[in-house]
Design a protein around this ligand. Structure first.
Ligand SMILES: *Cc1c(COP(=O)(O)O)cnc(C)c1O
Length: 386
């Protein structure tokens, strides 16, 4: 069967709507012009809406990790101690950035697939009352877990300790109210819920976090957030911005605004629910059973199936790209994305192709049982016929 059509169903990069692609294909405008500044100002307002904040949301030309690095170098000094929630690949990334900059870490290790508990954070804060910051993910994409960020913010909001949140697969997928819950630093990237190609990172700081930037001694140049804030207040950037991506962002934000923030979150939750129903109907187990992320669903494969070969087969033979597991979960799990520009039939495609591929790999299952369970969740959401 010749298979030319490709389906990108990974939790980053995610699919990009054609209207966004077309906006990015337009001729470049120069970035030191009133025309660009107007575009930039509209995008800034849209980002404040998305982040639920009145603070400036800074736009950086980097992948998401650039904003993670910026969060640390702009708030910490050499020898500072921070608390890191390490429950997956992206939690590990916080540790690596801290190590690179000489920041001491108190690590909270969380089993992959589990969420950190508020008690574990409270205990770490008791051990390290001087901790400069807590570094965590809102949605740990590698394990498809949603951590209880808002409850944790209640512990830090009236203290000197900053709560620095990698919201890269949470912002635009679930309710993560920066100002209302008292998060100090919130980050996302373009290739996730924002429905864009990779290349932009976004970061916003609370007034408390801005105060910390005055004292932070770590070296920084490109990611100097005070300098960026000064420039971006004038609707421009310190260095050449990723102009085409910012045009695409303008379109993507308009699409999200037309849908409505609550509706965007509800769509992610619905697709997550349908995916979980399908997975259970196939007698498979979700990796994150108790605190699932609305961005993606990790699924344990039957032990007889080599997940690496399964995913290669799905990609090369079926044209369907879904994600696998990392490190000790490599080959053992798959991750189905429902993030960003995703709708009900993306889930149907993912489940249907998974059923057929598993069948090809010798797993006994009833074809259509996963699809049927997903449809049972989705069907009541379609409007009645007039
Ligand atoms: C994608 C992602 C990142 C950033 O990775 P980049 O490759 O630098 O964009 C960081 N944290 C989480 C939770 C992610 O999903």
């Amino acid at each position: 069967m010749p298979m030319r059509k490709r389906y990108l169903l990974t939790p980053g990069p995610t699919q990009v709507p054609s209207e966004v692609l077309l906006r990015m294909a337009q001729p470049l405008i120069h970035h030191r012009t009133p025309e660009f500044s107007q575009l930039f100002a509209e995008v800034q307002r849209g980002l404040q809406w998305l982040f639920q904040t009145t603070q400036d949301v800074l736009i950086l030309a980097a992948s998401g990790s650039g904003a993670m690095e910026a969060a640390i170098t702009n708030t910490c000094s050499p020898g500072d101690r921070v608390i890191v929630v390490n429950g997956g690949k992206f939690g590990e990334r916080w540790l690596k950035i801290c190590a690179a900059f000489g920041v001491q870490t108190e690590e909270i290790t969380v089993e992959w697939g589990q969420a950190v508990t508020v008690e574990a954070i409270a205990q770490a804060l008791q051990r390290q009352p001087q901790a400069k910051a807590i570094l965590m993910q809102a949605s740990e994409t590698s394990t498809t877990v949603l951590h209880p960020v808002q409850d944790i913010a209640a512990l830090t909001r009236d203290s000197e300790t900053l709560l620095i949140v990698d919201g890269i697969t949470a912002v635009g997928a679930t309710d993560i109210p920066m100002d209302r819950s008292g998060i100090d630093v919130l980050i996302t990237g373009s290739q996730k819920a924002l429905m864009l190609p990779p290349g932009l990172a976004f970061i916003t700081l609370s007034p408390k976090a801005w105060q910390h930037t005055e004292r932070a001694q770590l070296p920084r140049f490109y990611f100097d957030l005070q300098k960026e804030r000064t420039e971006q207040a004038k609707h421009t950037t310190a260095y050449t911005p990723a102009i085409s991506l910012i045009s695409g962002l303008h379109e993507a934000l308009q699409q999200l605004q037309a849908e409505g923030l609550e509706q965007v979150w509800a769509r992610h939750t619905l697709l997550m629910t349908a995916t979980h129903a399908a997975v259970r109907a196939l007698d498979l187990r979700p990796l994150a059973a108790t605190h699932p992320s609305p961005a993606a669903t990790g699924v344990w494969l039957p032990p007889t199936v080599d997940g690496v070969r399964l995913l290669t087969y799905m990609r090369d033979r079926m044209g369907v790209d879904i994600a696998g597991g990392q490190d000790h979960l490599k080959g053992k799990i798959i991750r189905i994305s429902h993030l960003g520009y995703a709708g009900p039939f993306d889930i149907i495609t993912a489940i249907s192709s998974l059923e057929m591929a598993l069948s090809r790999f010798g797993v006994t299952l009833t074809l259509g049982s996963g699809v049927r369970a997903a449809e049972a969740v989705l069907l009541p959401r379609w409007p009645a016929v007039e």
